[in-house]
Design a protein around this ligand. Structure first.
Ligand SMILES: C[S@@+](CC[C@H](N)C(=O)[O-])C[C@H]1O[C@@H](n2cnc3c(N)ncnc32)[C@H](O)[C@@H]1O
Length: 281
């Protein structure tokens, strides 16, 4: 059996993939950049070789089994950067761009840094390095550090930093345990799903370490908030991503730890997705 580009796309969509997913997987099978979606339009009648067809069918099956497209094609666009992605790290989500935008806004406006001082930033639970690298790319003047407890994640984050020529300093550790530096800004997209949550089945290809955080989903946030208070400079900010229903609990934890200006920000769907606060001056 042979299929041309147009037929392959239609067949994958009939099986349940979105047009975008089918295009990304087909470009990968054809050894084209996953940015080159316009290329498919100009090659609609190109007939796939048997090896390309086999690879495309295999990728389609993997996606139908709910494996993230990023794991199949090995990369993902995040905040304008192309990141290498493997199943050792969370597939970075567009919603996390809310955290990055808030972090950049905080660096630009709220932080009381003098014109020549270089702000210091820490990204906790960096995974692929997505958040730290996006901040470092947008603010080359910042000293960005990032940590994760997973050695495999740190290896990939380091590779991403090298590929993007960004000078983020990575370290292995459990949240802020043993961190002696102080920062102007601490950001984190920690694991925040409840143990046994029904959504976990659909997320089964991603590392549990990146997703699950105790019976209430707040285990990591409860560890990060008080320790961040100790690792921030006076007037510094802690910004956290959390679950769709965790904004109020996170704001309460921030207020209990003494943070001022406690507030939340919505994600692209209008759901309160990030909360943060400022250490008193
Ligand atoms: C939700 S993922 C976020 C990954 C990345 N920042 C992003 O937004 O795509 C959470 C990350 O926290 C890391 N993590 C889990 N427990 C940790 C701990 N105790 N200390 C440091 N990192 C931890 C996981 O390995 C994972 O990379």
């Amino acid at each position: 059996m042979t299929l041309c580009v147009q037929e392959a796309l239609l067949q994958a969509q009939a099986q349940g993939l979105t047009r975008l997913e089918a295009e990304m997987l087909l470009l990968h099978a054809l050894y084209q950049s996953t940015h080159a979606r316009a290329w498919l339009l100009t090659h609609e009648s190109l007939v796939l070789s048997p090896a390309q067809l086999e690879q495309f069918k295999n990728s389609t099956q993997r996606r139908l089994n709910l494996e993230p497209v990023a794991y199949i094609v090995g990369c993902k666009e995040f905040f304008g950067l192309t990141l290498l992605i493997s199943n050792q790290v969370l597939d970075p989500r567009p919603d996390t761009e809310t955290l990055v935008m808030w972090a950049l806004e905080t660096l630009n406006t709220a932080l009381n840094t003098t014109p020549n001082s270089r702000p210091s930033v820490m990204d906790l639970g960096t995974g692929s390095g997505a958040v730290a690298l996006a901040i470092q790319h947008a603010r080359p003047d910042a000293h960005v550090q990032a940590l994760d407890c997973s050695a495999a994640a740190l290896e990939l984050a380091q590779l991403n930093a090298q590929q993007l020529n960004l000078n983020v300093k990575f370290r292995q550790g459990s949240w802020l345990e043993g961190v002696l530096d102080t920062f102007d800004l601490i950001v984190s997209n920690p694991p925040y799903i409840r143990t046994g949550d029904a959504h976990l089945h659909a997320l089964r290809h991603e590392p549990a370490l990146a997703l699950v955080s105790g019976a209430d989903g707040l285990h990591a946030i409860k560890q990060i908030v008080p320790s961040a208070a100790a690792c921030l400079k006076p007037g510094g900010w802690l910004l956290l991503e959390h679950g769709f229903d965790q904004a109020e609990s996170t704001r309460n934890l921030l207020a209990e730890a003494g943070f001022k200006n406690v507030q939340s920000r919505p994600d692209l769907a209008g759901i309160e997705r990030c909360s943060g606060g400022q250490k008193a001056l």
